[in-house]
Design a binder for this molecule. Structure first.
Ligand code: 13P
Length: 249
């Protein structure tokens, strides 16, 4: 069975160190299901203090990294530096990186390769826009995003990849996918992985859902057969994040 996974993507939040400490305090004192893999992704500025303050059964992710190990790339952080700092995970291919920061699937693939070579685990985000869904192109888009990454992966890399299906229309909109929509896309994506990679890897790779997940809407989605957890944005900044972590309990 695939281990249930809940990630918290803080994005460019919170805006004070005091708020960051308060969030860590909530998590550190929470009763958390030991069966669940929990990963939080604070802004890069806070990665090292969070690693120091956070309980050790919760892991930490960066929200991005550069494909090169070092050099003249002002403002960037490399996968090698993340590993050196003790960070085990990185989120790559988030729709905000793709749309606002012009990351193509090829850039995401290069970053994924660099992150794996450095020793990181990856939360790889894919997902379609509303226009693409309404045009019946959801699987085309998801598969194209995945194909670019699959092209740079070796079979042994897959144990370090979690796929986050995040429909763009659901991110930060309050418009969560229905349980049926999530299940359908996750199942089709798993079928695609079986043919494009291998049935064994399709079966073992976790596919988590992201987009307007809250404590009150996660219960229907979490019982879907091909949904292996969540990537949570806004609600990961609130005490209800603990309830999402414990949704399978
Ligand atoms: P929201 O949960 O705020 O919609 O964000 C989802 C997301 O983008 C997580 O990466």
């Amino acid at each position: 069975a695939r281990q249930y996974f809940v990630g918290g993507n803080f994005k460019m939040n919170p805006t004070t160190r005091e708020q960051k400490r308060a969030l860590i305090k909530i998590l550190n004192s929470a009763d958390i299901d030991p069966q669940t893999e929990v990963v939080i992704a604070p802004p890069s500025l806070y990665l090292i203090p969070v690693l120091e303050l956070l309980r050790k059964d919760i892991k930490v992710a960066a929200q991005n990294c550069h494909a090169k190990a070092s050099g003249a790339f002002t403002g960037e952080i490399s996968a090698v530096q993340l590993v050196d700092a003790g960070v085990p995970y990185v989120i790559l291919g988030h729709s905000e990186r793709r749309s606002l920061f012009h990351e193509t699937s090829e850039i995401v693939a290069a970053k994924t390769r660099a992150a794996l070579d450095a020793g990181l685990k990856i939360i790889l985000c894919v997902g379609e826009t509303l226009e693409e869904r309404e045009g019946g192109k959801t699987q085309d888009v998801v598969q194209a995003q995945l194909k670019a990454v699959i092209a740079v992966l070796k079979p042994e890399d897959w144990s370090r990849i979690v796929i986050a299906y995040e429909p763009v229309w659901a991110i930060g909109t309050g418009k969560v996918a229905t349980a049926a929509q999530a299940q359908e896309t996750h199942a089709e994506t798993r079928t695609f992985l079986a043919s494009a990679v291998s049935p064994a890897i399709a079966e073992s790779t976790r596919i988590i859902y992201g987009g307007s997940v809250t404590a009150s809407n996660c219960n229907n989605i979490t019982c879907q057969a091909d949904v292996d957890g969540f990537l949570v944005g806004g609600a990961s900044l609130k005490p209800e994040f603990v309830d999402i972590i414990n949704a399978r309990r």
